[in-house]
Design a protein around this ligand. Structure first.
Ligand SMILES: CC(=O)N[C@H]1[C@@H](OP(=O)(O)OP(=O)(O)OC[C@H]2O[C@@H](n3ccc(=O)[nH]c3=O)[C@H](O)[C@@H]2O)O[C@H](CO)[C@@H](O)[C@@H]1O
Ligand SMILES: C=C(OP(=O)(O)O)C(=O)O
Length: 427
């Protein structure tokens, strides 16, 4: 199994290109199921999760064609053609490997009038139930039945009615599912307390490009007027704000000056505010950000929250960065109940972190020391990479497949700005 080897202590300097967003890609790809015309997605990141989702679309009878990209390019162009669905089932074997597979439920139901999707189950960061996806779909006319670990959803008469639903808590995935299901409903839908993440804005814009009628995009109330059918479109996946934030944390702690290119600056508000508070230089340009740091960081108090708050997907990377701050930081995780799996691994490298319930107190230390560590989930893995970049000696990060879900050719991007990092295929 692959490992990533890092010899810490190098400053980072140069340009680092940001890829298309994983979390946008995973909700734009199922939109291809909503029409019998082609949907072309540009700037699609090369990630294990994107390949996995392509495989799921193929299983349902959609073809996925990759066009005109060279291996050295970041990003790809994919055309999804779902002239006819040959299956309406997302099987356990695929769903268990990739939670985002649940996002085919709404589109299959809207397109075919019925869908059968395996329940995803929990994962390392938490329980992650799908009750809100189901309640929202029910509110717009779906009939649901659960058996043998699957949910079967039916639209009476073959088409959803539309309806009103107010989310009791904000859910990104459930908002995406119900929006994709509602766009071709017979009537109108009103979704309240919807998630406002930039990836949801990206989804809505793509659906509008396909002929959907959605008002309130980017707000917590989405009003959707169902249309008879959607058509094909070409759409560019937004840049990955979490990938950009991760490399910003790396540059902040390693020191140096890195220009992150192809960035959607507007989507990164809370991350940039936190970096500035830590004393990091941030220069916002039109579609790039220059991060400059002498490696001297101030401690922070951060609490994760739905967008526009501080993202849970940035918590682990900030924690790694703050291990070297001058003083004690306090991080509180409010979204997932078990998102501190990186703490014992960072401790192996010399970090001083105490976790009590949802709060972690991170006392800055003078030095981190390289060690063999194990990645447990995607962002936890990135936190270990960040720590490895400033640790003395060698860090080897095992279970790299977590990183490959969400970071396109990480070792290549970091080497290009001066990091001493490589992938070892024999570990
Ligand atoms: C592919 C993708 O886009 N993943 C992102 C998405 O995950 P995901 O869409 O799974 O996250 P949600 O926003 O749905 O989850 C937020 C909270 O709501 C709970 N919940 C969610 C659904 C539900 O039916 N019932 C329920 O209780 C979850 O367990 C969690 O505690 O948003 C998360 C929160 O920003 C990010 O960390 C993930 O990177
Ligand atoms: C938790 C994440 O992703 P997923 O929802 O795909 O597990 C993430 O991107 O940090």
């Amino acid at each position: 199994m692959d490992r990533i080897l890092i010899r810490g202590g190098r400053r980072l300097n140069g340009k680092l290109p940001i890829s298309g967003a994983k979390n946008a890609a995973l909700t734009l790809m199922p939109c291809g199921l909503l029409t019998d015309e082609p949907l072309t997605l540009r700037n699609l990141p090369r990630l294990a999760d994107v390949d996995g989702f392509g495989h799921l679309l193929n299983q349902l009878g959609a073809s996925t064609t990759i066009e005109g990209s060279r291996p050295e390019d970041f990003g790809r162009v994919m055309t999804i053609r779902a002239g006819q669905l040959t299956s309406t089932e997302a099987p356990y074997d695929i769903v268990r490997k990739m939670r985002a597979s649940i996002l085919v439920l709404g589109p299959i139901l809207a397109r075919a009038g019925q869908a059968r999707v395996s329940l995803p189950g929990g994962c390392a960061i938490g329980n992650r139930p799908i009750d809100l996806h189901l309640k929202a779909l029910e509110a717009i006319g779906a009939e649901l039945e659960m058996s043998a670990g699957y949910v079967t959803a039916t639209a009476p008469g073959g088409r959803l009615s539309g309806g009103r639903y107010r989310f009791p808590v904000v859910s990104v995935g459930a908002t995406e599912n119900v929006v994709m299901a509602a766009v071709t409903a017979k009537g109108a839908s009103r979704i309240e307390n919807a998630a406002r993440e930039p990836e949801i804005v990206d989804l809505c814009r793509c659906l509008v490009a396909m002929g959907a009628r959605i008002d309130g995009i980017g707000s917590e109330t989405l009003e959707i007027e169902g249309v008879a059918e959607l058509h094909g479109a070409t759409y560019a996946v937004m840049p990955d704000r979490i990938e950009a934030g991760s490399y910003a944390c790396a540059a902040a702690v390693a020191g140096g000056e890195v220009e992150l290119t192809n960035v959607d600056v507007a989507s990164m508000g809370a991350t940039l505010t936190a970096l500035r508070e830590a004393g990091v230089g941030i220069e916002e340009r039109r579609d790039s950000i220059v991060v400059s740091s002498d490696g001297q960081l101030k401690p922070l108090t951060l609490t994760t929250a739905p967008y526009p708050g501080f993202a849970t997907d940035m918590q682990a990377q900030f924690m790694a960065m703050l291990c070297k701050a001058a003083g004690a930081s306090v991080l509180t995780e409010t979204i997932f109940e078990n998102r501190y799996m990186h703490v014992p691994e960072l401790a192996r490298m010399g970090a001083d972190i105490q976790v009590r319930g949802r709060t972690a107190v991170v006392k800055g230390v003078d030095r981190l020391v390289g060690a063999p560590v194990m990645a447990t989930d995607l962002r936890a893995s990135m936190s270990l990479i960040i720590a490895g970049l400033v640790a003395e000696g060698e860090t080897s990060v095992a279970r790299v497949y977590h990183l490959d879900r969400g970071y396109e050719r990480l070792e290549e991007k970091l080497s290009a700005v001066g990091a001493d990092i490589e992938r070892d295929g024999g570990g």
